[in-house]
Unconditional design. Structure first.
Length: 167
């Protein structure tokens, strides 16, 4: 998803992280679930290159107002800070809608996109249900765990957020 928007981003991430891991040779490397796609790319890189390191996922941390912790939050105006929690709220409602109808993915996702636009987000780059390991699109949630991933822009701030969804 990010590769189609920022075409060489993960090439650079892969190069820098592989050099770091090979030079430092840590036993453990911790990466945040905040950028879930990046975490999965690093896990794949680690496996493909047989780097002897345990990649550990650090859970995404939500602030009291339900905005994910991020240095980008400093760029929000007061009004935008009031709007920003709608990403988390929308993820939660879409997850519930998916659990209620395990076969219908398109309608809950469309509802989520429409909700964010209605709350004054400037753009929604994507709002998708993906396999948590391969990041392939999931056509349904039936008997599966998925990952809801969303990128939405508010003013000049680009929010990447995600949650796990279990059937």
């Amino acid at each position: 998803m990010e590769g189609s928007i920022r075409s060489i981003h993960f090439d650079g991430v892969g190069l820098v992280v592989s050099k770091l891991l090979l030079q430092c040779q840590p036993d453990v490397a911790v990466f945040g679930e905040k950028d879930y796609q990046q975490l999965q790319v690093i896990r794949r890189l680690d496996g493909d290159l047989n780097i002897p390191v345990n990649i550990v996922a650090f859970p995404l941390i939500w602030q009291l107002d339900c905005v994910a912790m991020s240095s980008r939050n400093a760029y929000l105006t007061k009004k935008q800070r009031i709007i920003a929690p709608w990403i988390y709220k929308t993820l939660g409602v879409v997850a519930e809608k998916l659990r209620a109808n395990l076969h219908d993915v398109s309608q809950p996702l469309k509802w989520g996109i429409d909700m964010l636009y209605s709350k004054e987000f400037d753009n929604v780059d994507y709002f998708e249900l993906r396999d948590p390991e391969t990041l392939r699109l999931l056509p349904s949630l039936e008997n599966k765990t998925g990952r809801l991933l969303v990128v939405a822009r508010l003013g000049g701030v680009r929010f990447l957020d995600n949650i796990e969804v279990t059937a």
